[in-house]
Design a protein around this ligand. Structure first.
Ligand code: ADP
Length: 375
């Protein structure tokens, strides 16, 4: 068995996998946790009660989601002293996440000293992005001395759906060019060339790029200076505005796309405006990544919005984009898609448009298994 853990600052999500078949045996979520030790005790008790384990040490393999791997990790790794030290060092780049991830790792280590733990990083898939795309045009010393560069996030999801797309299209992932759109509360787009990420919309932090549920995505950096210097808003509040009060919520008061769709259907103009901005941003990235890639084998929608909102997908593929890319959405298929992986473009479209259900925990289990088997 492999237990996949996503340790957040106030919750632990977990999924138990059969190591050989990668079938999900059980899953759950511990909310509002104060102490990781107690949270894990609950999880282990639940697994005992359901008959999956008899003793604590029946689970010998753990896969951890770790948000930031910096420039150190481009694939999953067995957690040892070096890895823990690097995750700790990177807390400064992902304060809300890496600290919690590391705490989870340390508590498991204490409770089960003989277990093998693997770290799977959100940033790892994007380590193939070339320097011209990951560097910001600010003085180079900020990169050299302070590690300020684009790292990208959601890598586990982009990687998973890219492999699923290859399987669906019966093509070799190493020969596949894709644009993957992970649209959820957090959203990002990735340009994938020959199976490798060559650009992505999130940057130094997950605030950059597309418009999101409550995050602004990219804005003119001078707006921050103006808010501070001219409007007198302090930096903590600006941080809150950009991360929690912007995006869909900032424009129409709601961050949940299902509610926004209902508001639009009831004639709410602000909701319509929020959706229009959201869609415009997505098209900007598709256009620029199409040019960066030159040749595209498929465009993939994933994440809560990408998988479920036919309204967003139809608005993204308007006649301009369809003409530019020489593809066409099948409006009926777009509305009826139900499986985990399906095509929603017309039969003779040059570029298939796919909807693929992401599964980050499964990708973590795959990465964990592969890492252990390669020992
Ligand atoms: P997270 O980034 O937190 O993992 P999700 O990937 O679950 O988020 O995406 C959440 C978003 O997906 C919300 O805006 C939600 O409204 C939207 N969503 C979920 N189901 C649907 C649906 N059936 N139709 C439209 N939007 C949906």
């Amino acid at each position: 068995m492999i237990l996949v853990l996503n340790c957040g600052s106030s919750s632990v999500k977990y999924k138990l996998f059969n190591k050989d078949t990668l079938e999900v045996l059980h899953k759950g979520n511990e909310e509002e946790i104060i102490d990781y030790g107690l949270a894990f005790n609950h999880i282990f008790q639940e697994l005992k009660d359901k008959g999956f384990i008899k003793n604590l040490d029946d689970i010998k393999i753990f896969g951890h989601r770790v948000v930031h791997g910096g420039e150190y990790f481009n694939k999953p790794v067995i957690i040892d002293e070096y890895v823990k030290q690097k995750i700790e060092e990177l807390i400064k780049l992902a304060p809300l996440h890496n600290g919690a991830n590391l705490q989870g790792i340390k508590v498991i280590e204490k409770q089960l000293p003989n277990a093998v733990q693997v770290a799977v990083f959100d940033t790892a898939f994007h380590q193939s992005i070339p320097k011209n795309a990951y560097l910001y045009p600010i003085p180079l010393s900020f990169y050299e001395e302070h590690n300020i560069r684009k790292y990208g996030f959601h890598g586990t999801s982009h990687n998973y759906v890219a492999k699923e797309a290859a399987r669906f299209l019966s093509k070799d992932i190493e020969k596949l060019n894709l644009i993957t759109l992970h649209l959820g509360n957090g959203s990002s787009a990735t340009a994938i060339q020959n199976g490798k990420s060559i650009n992505t919309s999130m940057g130094f932090t997950p605030l950059e790029g597309l418009m999101m549920g409550t995050r602004s995505g990219s804005i003119d950096p001078s707006i921050i200076l103006y808010m501070h210097d001219t409007l007198g808003i302090d930096m903590n509040e600006i941080n809150r505005i950009l991360n929690k009060k912007s995006g869909l919520r900032g424009v129409c008061g709601n961050s949940d796309l299902r509610t926004i769709q209902d508001m639009i259907n009831n004639g709410n103009e602000k909701a319509q405006l929020a959706l229009d901005i959201f869609v415009t941003r997505i098209k900007e990235f598709i256009g620029s990544y199409a040019i960066e890639l030159g040749h595209i084998d498929a465009i993939v929608f994933t994440g809560g919005i990408g998988e479920n909102s036919s309204m967003v997908r139809e608005k993204v593929f308007d006649s301009h984009l369809e003409e530019f890319l020489n593809t066409k959405l099948d409006k009926h298929l777009n509305k009826t898609v139900k499986t985990n992986c399906d095509k929603i473009s017309v039969i003779d479209a040059k570029i298939p448009i796919l909807v693929i259900k992401t599964d980050e925990e499964k990708e973590i289990a795959i990465g964990t298994k592969k890492t252990i088997e390669s020992l």
